[in-house]
Design a protein. Structure first.
Length: 132
């Protein structure tokens, strides 16, 4: 049912966002559609969207090197069905990152509250992200 889909997608969003604690980016990959040839990740700090697994994994790897600690939470999750097997999840996300390294930002917490969107596709094993 539509209510079950909304609940499943909201649960996926919350689980995915919770993986940011401990910088568990590799675990985030399980929430994405593996079959997607051109997944898109558009982090707010990137100058352009990251297209393809190589670019996304390079970004996640670089994040582990530049961020010492990351805390994040999401709220106001809204699910918009686009069809029987496609949906958008739009939500607000608050993050606080403590930077690593020796630069002037080392140890300094940076924080923001942003709007985020996931494009999701229904797969045999549940909903999966193909763009964020």
């Amino acid at each position: 049912s539509a209510d079950d889909d909304r609940a499943a997608i909201e649960h996926l969003v919350r689980e995915y966002i919770a993986l940011s604690a401990g910088l568990r980016f590799a675990e985030k990959r399980a929430y994405w559609d593996d079959a997607e040839v051109s997944p898109v990740l558009a982090p707010e700090e990137a100058s352009s969207p990251l297209v393809g697994w190589e670019a996304i994994e390079r970004y996640w790897s670089g994040s582990r090197e530049t961020i010492a600690d990351l805390r994040t939470e999401c709220f106001d999750v809204h699910v918009n069905p686009l069809g029987p097997d496609l949906a958008l999840a739009i939500f607000r996300q608050h993050w606080t990152a403590t930077m690593a390294g020796r630069g002037y930002l080392a140890g300094v917490p940076l924080a923001a509250t942003v709007r985020a969107t996931f494009a999701l596709r229904r797969k045999a094993d549940g909903w999966r992200i193909f763009a964020s």
